[in-house]
Design a protein around this ligand. Structure first.
Ligand SMILES: [Zn+2]
Length: 194
């Protein structure tokens, strides 16, 4: 009887640790699969229905003409990751996006509508695992709103034209602004200077 109990306990422990192991390796595999490759050109983006689209880039200051689409339209337009982060205000895993370490000179555009958002000259290494900038390309190109989720007050940053979620801005950044725009790689498309 005692052996039977011991055996059952051992079996349970083995099963539990196996589940934990599978869980851990599952996460690791998922995280590495999510790592993007840096894009230097407006490459076609695969939509959820299997068709592709090319993000058209718009340089210069935002002209005030909003892009309004329903959730259904965005769902068709964006990839699953883009939809989760940009329309459902999700956050990508730190260090998972290739643009985090991108040091090339160029411009960062909104992944949903293509509006210019940041210049590489304002990018800095924040050590957070997300691409960080001390200022947007034009103040008008980004919109800020109060975010009370996670039990703290943060300032959410979105694209001024399509209201796609980009990340958050904090006041612990470097000079000259003292700001840290902490962005999701998924929300940005990079185009290198020629
Ligand atoms: Zn946008």
């Amino acid at each position: 009887m005692r052996y039977k109990v011991l055996f059952s306990t051992l079996a349970l422990i083995t099963l539990t640790s196996m589940t934990v192991m599978v869980g851990l390796f599952g996460c690791a595999a998922k995280a590495s699969m999510n790592v993007q490759t840096a894009e230097t050109e407006p490459t076609p983006v695969k939509r959820t229905d299997g068709t592709t689209r090319t993000v058209e880039f718009t340089d210069g200051e935002y002209d005030g003409k909003e892009i309004v689409k329903t959730d259904e339209e965005w769902k068709k337009e964006l990839t699953a990751d883009e939809y989760y982060i940009m329309r459902e205000e999700g956050t990508e895993q730190p260090y998972s996006g290739a643009l985090n370490k991108n040091k090339k000179q160029g411009t960062y555009y909104c992944a949903a509508c293509g509006l210019a958002l940041f210049k590489s000259t304002a990018k800095f290494e924040s050590g957070t695992g997300w691409p960080s900038f001390f200022q947007p390309i034009f103040k008008k190109n980004v919109a800020e709103k109060v975010d009370n989720s996670l039990g703290e007050v943060r300032t959410e940053v979105e694209c001024a034209r399509c209201h796609g979620h980009l990340g958050h801005v904090f006041d612990d950044g470097p000079q000259p602004t003292g700001l840290r725009y902490c962005m999701n790689s998924v929300s940005l498309k990079f185009k290198a200077d020629k």
